[in-house]
Design a protein around this ligand. Structure first.
Ligand code: NAG
Ligand code: NAG
Ligand code: CA
Ligand code: CA
Length: 356
């Protein structure tokens, strides 16, 4: 498997460019419309700094009751099939193809209640002696703010369009910030540096598959109609953080008001009404669909996206998302990467027809 690292940089750079474009007025990616759309949103009852960390005691007890995630793979919940409004007519980032809003039906399915963790991914790697693409290519993208000085010193190259992304030699799911880091100290955090191909391999080992974008978005919305987030329209319900996002000035100062500057253990924030955790925030999640920004408004049943493409759809935003540059921690929001891309803010969860 050979890949031109320049081509990889180019593709990845373009994707990151879009995330940074709020700072670049007139950019073709459409993120310049961000602040206006944001200003029209209902006022929050509290600011990010005033909101306090979600009290996760109840989740911790639930997690313990479920065996601390020490099962071979994630628990699942039934997502009862039905019709929903996919996308939005009031897009935060129009160029991402968030609209038009359209009526979509999806059949019932089961979904992992949380993102695939390091512990669960390790079970798969050991069972299959699997090597991820980042391990084969021997590098992956890491957010600069997470790197040690010695790792940074060894990197000459950066993604011109998004200087905070650095290609780090030896970064992979076991070494999330490069060779001097280890995922062994965060087994209950989402696995990172997994490509779309790796995610597909894991899900198929678990007798599951990746969700379609429609399934993912239906699940994210938790039965609520036309809302921004899995829990409603307010970012800080009851003055609490409901997702692991970025607070403060991106990319220099993450205040970590929600309790986490990096990934959080899965289930650290409240579940939506389907019982799903971290659908927005923590890590981006791969879906099975190829990327397009053109959507039909014809009534769709179990849509699976275009038959081919160059990028795969990812959903939900990550711990790096802030309204000022990446207002993508909404159910309708979407972004894309090539199937061989991997990074320190991108993971996945699986679905299946039957309970696994
Ligand atoms: C980071 O943000 C916090 C809270 O807004 C502020 O108190 C602090 O001075 C900032 N630090 C830097 C290095 O800008
Ligand atoms: C996040 O980083 C900031 C700035 O370095 C620091 O002040 C804060 O304590 C950190 N928060 C957490 C939860 O680690
Ligand atoms: Ca955070
Ligand atoms: Ca997520």
């Amino acid at each position: 498997m050979v890949r031109s690292s320049l081509a990889f940089l180019f593709v990845f750079g373009c994707v990151c460019l879009c995330e940074s474009a709020a700072q670049q007025a007139g950019s073709s990616c459409g993120c310049d419309k961000l602040s206006r759309a944001a200003a029209e949103r209902p006022a929050e009852e509290k600011t990010e700094a005033a909101a306090h960390k979600y009290s996760q005691g109840a989740n911790e007890r639930l997690y313990e009751a479920r065996g601390n995630g020490k099962t071979i793979q994630s628990q699942m919940v039934l997502i009862p099939g039905g019709e929903f409004l996919m996308g939005t007519d009031d897009p935060g980032i129009p160029a991402d193809g968030e609209g038009p809003q359209r009526l979509v039906y999806v059949d019932s399915f089961y979904m992992d209640i949380h993102e695939v963790t390091n512990r669960h991914f390790q079970n798969f790697v050991e069972a299959r002696e699997y090597k991820t693409q980042a391990e084969i290519f021997k590098d992956s993208f890491v957010f600069e703010g997470l790197l040690s000085d010695s790792v940074k010193d060894q990197i000459a190259q950066a993604v011109a369009a998004a200087p905070w992304w650095l290609p780090v030699k030896g970064a992979d799911w076991k070494h999330p910030e490069g060779p001097d880091s280890t995922s062994a100290d965060r087994l209950d955090h989402p696995v990172l540096h997994v490509s779309w191909e790796d995610a597909v391999a894991y899900c198929s080992w678990a007798n599951k598959r990746l969700p379609t974008e429609a399934e993912w978005e239906y699940a994210c919305r938790g039965g609520l109609k036309d809302r921004l987030y899995p829990w409603g329209n307010k970012l800080y319900p009851k003055g609490e953080h409901y997702a692991n996002l970025w607070q403060g000035d991106f990319p220099n100062n993450n205040s970590g008001d929600d309790g986490y500057n990096k990934t959080s253990p899965v289930m650290s924030f409240p579940a939506n009404s389907f019982g799903l955790y971290d659908m927005v925030g923590n890590v981006w999640e791969w879906t099975s669909d190829w990327w397009t920004v053109i959507h039909t408004t014809d009534h769709q049943q179990n849509p699976t996206g275009p038959p081919s493409g160059t990028d795969k759809v990812k959903k939900g935003g990550s711990y790096m998302c802030h309204k000022s540059y990446c207002y993508r921690y909404r159910c309708a929001a979407r972004s894309q990467n090539t199937p061989d891309s991997s990074a320190s803010n991108l993971g996945f969860r699986c679905v299946s027809k039957e309970q696994q």
